[in-house]
Design a binder for this molecule. Structure first.
Ligand code: HEM
Ligand code: HEM
Length: 186
């Protein structure tokens, strides 16, 4: 089984990164949306702690994944794919990578600028310090709006990304989806 990517296939590391982070991202989006409507303050506190902890986990994984991607070969897209579509696919992937790093940073900025001094406990293990940003309700609101906007932009892009993957599988009938599911044998 290929651990690293080749010219035509994704290796095990890239595949694991992709699917683990896809699940984490979708769960994290749902949690961010859901937690805000919870009325019980204690429940809300714990849901926010989960959201912040998973957000930092995604951040750490995104940095490792980006380093892995930069130092790895990228499988070629099919020759018959139009050049414009290839650029669009690569552009979408690059923006998704960026969002996986920037979204947690904007979340971190919300809690760092909030006048409510609630510590962020990473899965209850240790406290994550605040970023050195000025504390004010106005800044918190700005970061919160940006975080929400980027999260909804990201889920929209993911929707386009999933539709494109399904189109490759069912309409174009190439191996784009399959090669992201199984690493090719050596
Ligand atoms: C990829 C990672 C993340 C995703 C996909 C994500 C997604 C979301 C979403 C969808 C919302 C609801 C937005 C709305 O309906 O207006 C939200 C809210 C929030 N997120 Fe995140 N988030 C991420 C990381 C983080 C991190 C790392 C933190 C903090 C350390 C954080 C802190 C918050 C806070 C405090 C809110 C509530 C904002 C408010 O009160 O208006 N998020 N997030
Ligand atoms: C849940 C359904 C999803 C499906 C069916 C799916 C499908 C795929 C496929 C087939 C590829 C390979 C494209 C190629 O060979 O060039 C791919 C790559 C990629 N996907 Fe997804 N994806 C999903 C979710 C996500 C999510 C939630 C994210 C991030 C938020 C994401 C980010 C990426 C990135 C960055 C790449 C580029 C490859 C890499 O460097 O790892 N995907 N996806």
């Amino acid at each position: 089984m290929n651990i690293r990517n080749t010219d035509t296939s994704w290796g095990l590391v890239s595949i694991l990164f992709h699917w683990i982070m896809a699940v984490l991202f979708l769960g994290q989006f749902w949690l961010g949306w859901y937690m805000q409507g919870v009325k019980n303050l204690l429940d809300q506190y714990y849901l926010y702690q989960w959201h912040k902890s998973f957000g930092f986990l995604i951040f750490g994984l995104a940095v490792l994944r980006a380093l892995w991607a930069i130092t790895s070969r990228r499988p070629r897209l099919p020759d018959e794919m139009p050049a414009g579509e290839k650029t669009l696919a690569r552009g979408t992937h690059a923006v998704l990578y960026l969002l996986l790093v920037i979204l947690p940073l904007t979340g971190w900025s919300i809690v760092s600028t909030s006048p409510l001094p609630i510590a962020t406990r990473f899965f209850g293990l240790f406290v994550i310090p605040s970023l050195p940003l000025g504390i004010s309700m106005h800044s918190e609101q700005v970061w919160s709006s940006l975080h929400g906007f980027l999260a909804y932009a990201a889920i929209f892009l993911v929707g386009v990304h999933v539709l494109a993957a399904l189109r490759h599988h069912f309409k174009t009938k190439d191996d784009i989806l399959i090669r992201m599911i199984w690493p090719r044998r050596r």
